[in-house]
Structure formats: structure tokens, C-alpha cells
Design a protein around this ligand. Structure first.
Ligand SMILES: CC(C)(COP(=O)(O)OP(=O)(O)OC[C@H]1O[C@@H](n2cnc3c(N)ncnc32)[C@H](O)[C@@H]1OP(=O)(O)O)[C@@H](O)C(=O)NCCC(=O)NCCS
Length: 360
């Protein structure tokens, strides 16, 4: 197989803001990112504006991120990136390669992948993990060891397998029609309220109010330890007030709105469950449901259903009434969470593979 000689991998220029004189490359980088997702998924549900994306690329004490643009004939045709979390003792590296379809299948991905292993080795990282969407297709399929879900053995799957990866988990992407689901959401909210005696709903929009910072930080840290991960490896994340502030700024600096709906254990005042809904600057775009978690000691009281339905109610009525749908991701084996989502009206729209390789 001959190497493509016409591709150059150039470190991405990160401008201080989208008004800066060197922001053109980041604008084009974002356009190509969105185009790749449109080609794979057939929707713009994951599209972001450069203003929304840029805060995620500013230097952070939480990770080192290397990003390259793949350039052919002076045009950006894709991106390569690798994130190295800075949690104490981390062995992990998270990466992606995304190329426009017209430039796939001629060795650019293979050449880009070399940069990823190079950086991982340079930093002593041995657990490499990566996610991608595998649109449904006929033909042979692959199943993860969790026993839940499968994906077609498509080009991306062949690429991972060829580079020594194993498929560890299937993640389901689901979508909810906000308007059509309103009656079910109301019914399920009432049912959850009836069951969740001793708890009450507390809601806020970012920035996190001072009185909730410590509790929100604790729940965010549990998100890294208490969700089903199969054999994937995640570092336990340490969240303090500064990290919450950085998290809030990443959302707000990009002009995005986030609603956090939490359940409070009335007797202790402790926040024990939460759900996040977010939308960008376009009020008619899809919303995203990000983290949802019930702390282990408080499971079994319908608190997941409570925070999800309470969040969706306020979201549709007051915050994002023009947003047509909500997108969310769950591990395919996460039955308790999928049960709630399916009852609310979320339907599967795509499946992602979670891939892992341990370097010698
Ligand atoms: C998955 C992905 C990164 C692979 O990159 P790529 O450049 O298409 O991969 P390569 O060209 O190196 O290899 C792909 C195919 O081209 C073939 N190929 C590679 N070099 C070639 C060459 N010089 N001449 C002809 N064929 C070649 C390979 O044999 C391979 O064949 P296959 O698809 O039948 O398995 C890319 O297709 C992509 O961006 N997909 C969408 C996003 C995605 O799924 N990313 C996954 C990682 S996050």
C-alpha cells in the first residue's frame, strides 16, 4: 500500500477568539467537522458554530490536547486529535480521526493514526480509546463483550481492527420529539414525584450558583466512576470549584445555555441526582441531554425519571420552546437508564462503537 504523498498534517491554530486575525483556520476546521458529521449521520444535530466549539480547544489544566488539520491541495479535509487527561497517574489517551468522505480510503487515516500512537507513547499513555458512529448497513456485524448491541463491520470498524483495537461497548444515540412527548413527560413526572418522597427538585442554569458548587462538583466526579463502562478505562476525575467554573465557562463562553436539574434529599440537604440539558445559540436546533446520574446510595426512588422529566418540562416550556428534539447517548447495556428514556419517548437513531487498544 503506498502512502499518500499529497497530505500534510498541520497543528491547528487556536485563536484567542473568533474575532482574532488568525481565526480563519478554526472557522474552516469547524465547517469540515460539521460536514463530516453530516456525511455520517445525515443530520446537523451535532453541528456547532466556531464560537461554540472554540472554548473546548482553549488550553486546560485538565488535559493536553494535540490537534492537527489534514490538508490536501491547500484545503482542510479532516482532523486528527488526541487528548491526554491530566488526572494523577492517567494511562489514557482519547483520540479521533475524521475525514471528509471524498478523502477516505487512500491511506490518510493510516498516516494520521501514526501521530496518535507517537504522542501517546511520548507521554507514556498505554490505554488508547476512541468512539465513532457506525451507521447501520447490511453485511457482517461485530458484537462487544458486554453482549449488548452490534455494529456493521464498516470502514471505520475495519480501520480500528487493523490498528489492533477491540470493540468494547455499544453506545446508543436516541432522539426525543419534545412536543409529542409532552403528555408522557407530564405523566412520568407525576409518577416519579409520587415515588420520590423525601426528595425535591432543584434547578439552575449555568453559571452554577455558589450554594450548589460543591454538590455539583461531587456529582460530576461520580459521573467518571459510576456509569457502565464495560472494559473501558476512565480516570476518576477530581472536581473542585475551579473545575466547575471552567466547565461553566466552556458552555457560557460559547454562548450556550445549560439547565441542571437536581434532586435534593430533603433530610440532609444533599444533592443526589442530576440531569443536564444544553442548547447552542440557534433556538431552533436540537438540544442535547448530557450527564444524568443518580448517586449509588439513592438509586431505586425514581430519581432518574424525576430529574429527566422535571428538566424536560422546564426546557420545553420556558428555555428552549423552539427546539424540536433532544439527543442523548447511553451505554446499550444501561437498562435502567434506557427504560426511563424509552418510556419518555426517546427512540434509537444511531449506534456508536467504543474501541480500545492497550499498547505494549
Ligand atoms: C475511519 C477513517 C478515520 C479511516 O481513515 P481512511 O483514510 O479512510 O483510512 P485508510 O485509507 O488509511 O484505510 C481505509 C481503506 O483504504 C485502503 N487504503 C489505504 N491506503 C490505501 C492506498 N494508498 N490505496 C488504496 N487503498 C488504500 C485500506 O486498505 C482500507 O480499506 P478498507 O476500507 O476496505 O478497510 C476515515 O474513514 C474516517 O474519517 N471515517 C469517518 C470518521 C470515523 O469513523 N472515524 C473513526 C475514528 S474516530
Amino acid at each position: 500500500m503506498t502512502e499518500p504523498t499529497d497530505v500534510e498534517f498541520r497543528p491547528l491554530t487556536i485563536p484567542a477568539s473568533m474575532d482574532a486575525s488568525d481565526a480563519d483556520e478554526f472557522r474552516e476546521f469547524t465547517r469540515v467537522r460539521n460536514e463530516v458529521y453530516r456525511e455520517i449521520a445525515g443530520t446537523d444535530d451535532d453541528a456547532l458554530t466556531p464560537e461554540e466549539l472554540l472554548p473546548h480547544y482553549q488550553p486546560s489544566p485538565e488535559e493536553i490536547r494535540y490537534v492537527w488539520v489534514a490538508v490536501v491541495d491547500g484545503e482542510i479535509v479532516g482532523r486528527v486529535s488526541v487528548d491526554l487527561p491530566l488526572e494523577e497517574g492517567s494511562r489514557a489517551a482519547f483520540w479521533l480521526i475524521e475525514l471528509l468522505r471524498a478523502h477516505q480510503g487512500r491511506g490518510i487515516g493510516t498516516a494520521g493514526y501514526r501521530l496518535i500512537e507517537e504522542k501517546a507513547r511520548e507521554h507514556g499513555r498505554t490505554v488508547l480509546q476512541s468512539w465513532t458512529q457506525h451507521p447501520d448497513a447490511p453485511g457482517s456485524r461485530l458484537e462487544p463483550p458486554t453482549g449488548f448491541g452490534s455494529i456493521p463491520e464498516d470502514r471505520a470498524a475495519r480501520f480500528y481492527l487493523r490498528n489492533g483495537y477491540t470493540l468494547e461497548q455499544i453506545e446508543r444515540e436516541s432522539a426525543l420529539d419534545l412536543e409529542a412527548s409532552a403528555p408522557d413527560v407530564a405523566r412520568l413526572l407525576a409518577a416519579a414525584e409520587a415515588k420520590a418522597t423525601g426528595y425535591r427538585v432543584v434547578q439552575w442554569q449555568l453559571p452554577t450558583p455558589a450554594e450548589h458548587v460543591a454538590a455539583y462538583a461531587w456529582m460530576k466526579s461520580r459521573m467518571s466512576t459510576d456509569t457502565p463502562a464495560g472494559a473501558l478505562e476512565f480516570d476518576e476525575e477530581v472536581w473542585d470549584a475551579e473545575r466547575v467554573a471552567r466547565h461553566d465557562r466552556k458552555t457560557l463562553d460559547g454562548g450556550r445555555t445549560m439547565l441542571v436539574t437536581a434532586a435534593q434529599h430533603v433530610a440532609t440537604g444533599e444533592l443526589v441526582a442530576f440531569n443536564e440539558l444544553v442548547i447552542g445559540h440557534d433556538p431552533a436546533a436540537a438540544s442535547h441531554q448530557e450527564d444524568t446520574l443518580v448517586l449509588r446510595e439513592h438509586r431505586g426512588h425514581k430519581l432518574g425519571q424525576l430529574v429527566k422529566c422535571a428538566g424536560l418540562t422546564v426546557w420545553r416550556r420556558g428555555i428552549a420552546p423552539r427546539s424540536p428534539k433532544v439527543i442523548t447517548y447511553n451505554a446499550e447495556e444501561n437498562r435502567p437508564m434506557l427504560d426511563i428514556n424509552e418510556a419518555i419517548g426517546f427512540v434509537p437513531v444511531a449506534y456508536n462503537g467504543a474501541w480500545k487498544k492497550v499498547l505494549e
